[in-house]
Structures are given as structure tokens and as C-alpha cells.
Design a protein around this ligand. Structure first.
Ligand code: URP
Ligand code: ZN
Ligand code: ZN
Ligand code: ZN
Length: 497
């Protein structure tokens, strides 16, 4: 065969263009884009007729938590690498970057990474990389950053300004930023003021306000805006070290990020579907039900959703990730849910593990919302994440001879499934979705990973296997040439402050 696979009669959407092309694949790569229909009779092992549907690069989801120990509340991850990546491909996502968690008790990042490799290896339906989740910036950990970036293909890390198990002090954040800068490691920051939210939590509990909805009251928007401002200030102190504010939900934080970007600082930001589709009212249900939408920061109000959409459209947010961080709603062991007791019949919001599942619904939700140009959708769900995390142009593009053949074929207008999301149709191992009952106008018909069909919605569903996903060694970020700018600025010099 001349080609392993041809996709004919599709409308290709990339971050830059929408145009009708046939796509040819050979040896796991895109090798040719040709005029529409011209490859329909090519000598190919398999021909997929897209029938006029959209063809996009596979989704790249760079914020996925799988098999992490209890760090964000009670309970443990309900998805393994196997079930989480199975869910990913069924939702059109061909690459994830998960976290290698380093608990406070573990001084070594390399050891945290090795343990995570063991969990993922041979258990992944899609390609994957890791960010280090730095919980203990020990001398050893800081020294290991060089090896991580140079030899291990781990070019990003995440730090926290909240969660007792993970929160770093400002001086620790500065130490991390300095070492990250020296090693071209990109720093993701969870910006919420942990001390203040703990204090507010105690105030709420003192008034016997325990329901899930009070999770939102314990984390008012100003906590996110304050911590965002502080993170930006700390980055500027270390000669403008590039950072990304993760899972931004609040207009005040968004405005501060926009200002910093306008003044030329290398401040990047991520948002997530939960801040586009959920509000704080979704936490306000009788009983424990609201726990299904408990994540941090919490969903805000309708007006905030609009600000977040605008921020995606105008580039304030470079990426849209899922922040898939799944816990079972019904985690009953010995007949009793861990968050519920006789004393706390509606649970206790401070014990609800923070995070919701969403790796499978991310693309369908935003693709069919009709709120952004399709080129922008591809940019924020695939191309920019690939650039930001050192995977471009292997991932996030359809460049002949260069890009992996990671492709999603969507349904054409004439065959669009009118879908109502239910948890039973999803492929994670979690017992609920916060998007239950929501309508979506399209869904990935085929997901193709390195030339292989791994999801065929009408013929077998998940047809890939868990040994096919490969670990991706990542290079430094290439978005906006951000490290070149850092090099021009020269090294951090405290005497210049
Ligand atoms: O509530 C959330 N976002 N849980 C996941 C952990 C994190 O901080 O990203
Ligand atoms: Zn976070
Ligand atoms: Zn509701
Ligand atoms: Zn997260």
C-alpha cells in the first residue's frame, strides 16, 4: 500500500485554516494533504469517508489527574491511567499530560516520576507525558530539575498556593521559579489563597454550615484574584519567569492576567469547561448532590462564564484543559459514604475531594457550543497546548511529514447525533458526570492515534488498546518563543532589583 490510511471528503480545521482536504497517513505520520476527493481511490490499506464532516488534530489535554493519592480531600482517584485514557480517546483526545505527584514526605522528584511511569506504562490508550507536581521543593528536588528537563523529557511542573498537603510559601515559590527558569521548565501555578480559605472554612463550620454548596462560600473570587496577582508579582521578581495560571474561573483574576500580558509579561492562563458550563448554583442541591460539582476554584456565576468565553476568544487564555480529577460520588465503603456520617448527614464540604471528571466531554462540549470560531477551538484544545508543553509540531497540527497522524473525524451535518450526555455513555470509571442531561450537537466519530483508529463510535466504540499509548519526552515550550525572550533578558540578578 502506498498509504496506511486515507481520510477523504473531510473539512480540515486547524488552528489557522478551514479547508477541504483529503489526508493521507503513512508510518504513523500525516504525509499528504491533497485536494478534496482526490485520494478517494488511492492505494490505501483503509479509506475513511468523512462525508463532509470536520477533521481536526487530536485533542491535547495537558491537565489530567490520574491515580494520584489523596491530596485534595478525602477519597482516592476513581480513574486509573487505563480508564482515564480510555475516556480520553472516546472524547477525541489523543494526548494527555498527567501529573507525577511528589508528596511532602518525598524529597525526590525523580523518584516521584519513576513511580508514575510504573502506573502509566502499558496502561494508556493515548500518548502521554508528565508534569511534576512539586509538593516538596527540597534542595534535592530543585537540583533534580536539570535532569528532568535534560534527560527525562519533563519540561513543566505545577505548584500550589493552597491545599495543606501541597501549599508552598512565597519564598518556596521563588526558589522553584528561579530553578525552573534556569532549566527551561515551565511553571503552572494553582492560585488560591490557602490560608484565607482555611480560615473561612473554619468560620463556616463554626456556624454549622456544612453543605456542599458552602465549598463555594469558602473560596470567594477575591482569593483567586489575590493569589493570581501574587503569582504574577513573584514571576516578575524573578526577571519575568514564564508562568501559567491554571484553571482560571474569576473575572478579577482574568483582568489581572490580561493587564500583565498587555505590559509584556510572560503570563499565560488556562481555563476549563467547568467555568464555561457550570455555575455555583450547581453546588446548591438538596443533600449531598452538590458534591458532583465541587472543584477548586469553584464554578462562579453566569456573568463570569461570559468573561471566560471572552478571554478564550481574545487570547487571554492560551489553553482549555479539562482538569479531569475524578472521584466517585458514591464511594461507600462498609455501606457509608466517607463524607457522610450521622453527625454530618449532608456531608462536610471541607472533606469532599476537589475535582470533577471531564477528559471525555471537553472537546464535544466546546466544539458544539458554537461560541468560538472552530479555528480558535482547535487552537485552545490542541495546538496551543502542544506548543506550550513542548509537543509541537509532532502533536497539535496536521503538517505533512512532521505531525503524528492524531486526528478526529466528526459527524457531518446530515448524520449529527443529537446527544444528551449521560454518564452511562462515558468511558471513565467514575460514577457520575457533572454534565448529565446536557445536550451536545456533535461527537468524535473516529479518533485516530498515530494512524491507528482507536475510537470508532459506530463500530465497536473503543477499538484501541491500552498498550498502544506512548510516553512522550517533551522539549521546552515553544509558544510565542517564550524561552528566547527569557534568554534575551539574561539571568536573574538580585542586585538589579
Ligand atoms: O478541584 C480541582 N481542581 N482538583 C484538582 C486538583 C487541582 O488543583 O487541579
Ligand atoms: Zn489546581
Ligand atoms: Zn442544578
Ligand atoms: Zn488540576
Amino acid at each position: 500500500y502506498k498509504y496506511d490510511l486515507v481520510i477523504t471528503n473531510g473539512i480540515c480545521v486547524t488552528a489557522s485554516d478551514i479547508a477541504s482536504y483529503d489526508v493521507a497517513v503513512k508510518d504513523e505520520k500525516v504525509v499528504l494533504l491533497a485536494p478534496s476527493g482526490s485520494l478517494a481511490k488511492a492505494n490505501a490499506r483503509r479509506v475513511i469517508d468523512a462525508e463532509g464532516g470536520y477533521v481536526t488534530p487530536g485533542g491535547v489535554d495537558c491537565h489530567v489527574h490520574l491515580e494520584e493519592p489523596a491530596l485534595f480531600g478525602r477519597g482516592s482517584s476513581s480513574d486509573t491511567y487505563e480508564t482515564g485514557t480510555r475516556s480520553a480517546i472516546a472524547g477525541g483526545c489523543t494526548t494527555i499530560v498527567g501529573f507525577a505527584p511528589q508528596p511532602k514526605s518525598e524529597p525526590s522528584l525523580l523518584s516521584a516520576l519513576a513511580q508514575t511511569h510504573v502506573r502509566a506504562r502499558g496502561n494508556s490508550y493515548c500518548d502521554y507525558g508528565f508534569h511534576l507536581l512539586v509538593g516538596n521543593p527540597s534542595q534535592q528536588a530543585l537540583e533534580e530539575l536539570e535532569t528532568l528537563s535534560r534527560d527525562e523529557g519533563v519540561t513543566s511542573l505545577k505548584i500550589y498556593m493552597t491545599y495543606t498537603a501541597l501549599q508552598l510559601r512565597d519564598d518556596q515559590i521563588l526558589s522553584v521559579l528561579l530553578k525552573a527558569r534556569q532549566n527551561k521548565i515551565f511553571t503552572m501555578i494553582h492560585a488560591e489563597n490557602g490560608d484565607v480559605l482555611n480560615w473561612l472554612t473554619d468560620q463556616l463550620e463554626a456556624q454549622k454550615l456544612f453543605d456542599p454548596k458552602y465549598h463555594s462560600h469558602s473560596r470567594p473570587p477575591i482569593l483567586e484574584a489575590e493569589a493570581t496577582n501574587r503569582a504574577i508579582a513573584l514571576s516578575s521578581l524573578i526577571s519575568n519567569t514564564p508562568i501559567l495560571l491554571v484553571h482560571v474561573s474569576d473575572p478579577g483574576a482574568t483582568l489581572r492576567i490580561r493587564q500583565a500580558q498587555t505590559s509584556g509579561q510572560p503570563i499565560y492562563a488556562e481555563t476549563c469547561p467547568q467555568y464555561l458550563f457550570l455555575t455555583r448554583d450547581d453546588l446548591d442541591h438538596p443533600g449531598f448532590e452538590g458534591a458532583k460539582c465541587v472543584c477548586s476554584p469553584p464554578p462562579r456565576d453566569k456573568a463570569s462564564q461570559e468573561t471566560i468565553w471572552t478571554g478564550l476568544r481574545n487570547g487571554t487564555f492560551a489553553v482549555l484543559s479539562s482538569d479531569h480529577c475524578p472521584f466517585n460520588y458514591d464511594d461507600a465503603e462498609k455501606g457509608k459514604k466517607t463524607c457522610i456520617s450521622d453527625e454530618f448527614p449532608v456531608g462536610r464540604f471541607k472533606e469532599i475531594p476537589n475535582g470533577i471528571p471531564g477528559v471525555e466531554t471537553r472537546l464535544p462540549l466546546v466544539f458544539s457550543a458554537g461560541r468560538l470560531p472552530l479555528t480558535k477551538v482547535v487552537e485552545v484544545v490542541s495546538t496551543n497546548p502542544a506548543k506550550l508543553y513542548g509537543l509541537y509540531p509532532r502533536k497539535g497540527a496536521l503538517i505533512p511529514g512532521v505531525s503524528d497522524a492524531d486526528i478526529v473525524v466528526w459527524y457531518p451535518e446530515s448524520k449529527k447525533p443529537n446527544l444528551t450526555i449521560t454518564n452511562s455513555m462515558l468511558h471513565h470509571a467514575t460514577d457520575y458526570t457533572p454534565y448529565e442531561g446536557r445536550k451536545v450537537g456533535n461527537w468524535p466519530r473516529y479518533t485516530i492515534l498515530r494512524g491507528k483508529v482507536v475510537w470508532d463510535r459506530d463500530n465497536g466504540g473503543v477499538v484501541g488498546d491500552k498498550s498502544y499509548g506512548q510516553f512522550l519526552k517533551r522539549g521546552p515550550s515553544t509558544l510565542d518563543g517564550l524561552w528566547e525572550t527569557v534568554e534575551e533578558q539574561g539571568p536573574f540578578d538580585v542586585a538589579s532589583l
